[in-house]
Write a protein that binds this ligand. Structure first.
Ligand code: UDP
Length: 233
């Protein structure tokens, strides 16, 4: 998977320009789970290939890039990028749509965001549990005329949703943000700063949600795949 090697500042500069030019944009924030899933699912890889930007979310990706001799300047997490885009939307008057998470969570996340980013216009919210391609959901999004759409449905669903919705809103910026509405709404706590700084957010989440352990088994497989790839090169 090819990652864009930008710092957060460089990223934001580009996105600001693209929004000003009404240039449709699709951002994937990829962690090791997503990298492995794409390797094993060509149809998903194809969706990721459609994206305009792929950021390195997760320290595993930064480490992997280092091992491959193609180091990245920094980790750009989906959550931080979403916060920066919300600030930009509030400052420059962009219209934002929140879609994803369990019923009621997107509304709560929207209220929190509006309290934090003064002047932020959230023009619509929807939960993440509907059949992909649902005509009512498409109509609601098109009618709301958003400039930025955050889709919080986890992979691969959020990327599948974005890929289908882009053609209905060709000027908008779309970004998959995983479990971010759960965090923004206050339903789930983000890892404390100490864990974030030590790049141990994954460990904090494991402590809080032990059921995630199975999902984390992908990490050793990911490291093996990187090692094999590094050898090949
Ligand atoms: N979700 C959704 N629709 C679905 C399945 C999941 O909206 O059909 C939501 C779920 O409620 C949660 C998010 O997607 O808010 C996925 O969170 P997770 O922590 O698994 O994502 P990650 O950040 O790890 O990619």
């Amino acid at each position: 998977m090819g990652f864009d090697n930008f710092t957060m500042g460089e990223f934001m500069g580009r996105l600001k320009k693209r929004l000003a030019n009404e240039q449709g944009t699709f951002i994937v924030t990829a962690n090791p789970e997503i990298v492995m899933y794409a390797r094993e699912h060509p149809d998903y890889q194809q969706l990721v290939d459609e994206a305009d930007f792929v950021t390195a979310d997760g320290i595993g990706v930064v480490k992997g890039a280092q091992m491959l001799g193609t180091p990245l300047k920094e980790r750009v997490t989906g959550y931080d990028l979403m916060e920066n885009l919300l600030q930009l939307a509030a400052d420059d008057g962009y219209r934002v749509f929140f879609i994803g998470a369990k019923p009621g969570i997107a509304e709560k996340a929207a209220a929190k965001a509006q309290a934090r980013f003064t002047g932020l216009q959230i023009v619509g919210t929807h939960d993440g549990y509907f059949p992909l391609g649902d005509a009512g959901v498409t109509r609601a999004l098109v009618a709301a005329k958003p400039d930025i759409v955050f889709a919080a449905m986890g992979y691969p669903r959020q990327e599948q949703f974005i890929s289908g919705m882009r053609r209905h809103l060709p000027d908008a910026l779309f970004m998959g943000v995983g479990g971010s509405f759960d965090v923004l709404s206050g339903t789930v706590k983000r890892a404390p700063q100490v864990f974030q700084k030590a790049h141990l957010e994954w460990f904090y989440r494991l402590l809080k949600e032990p059921t995630r352990a199975k999902r984390m088994l992908v990490l050793p497989r990911y490291l093996n795949a990187v090692r094999r790839e590094a050898k090949k090169r």
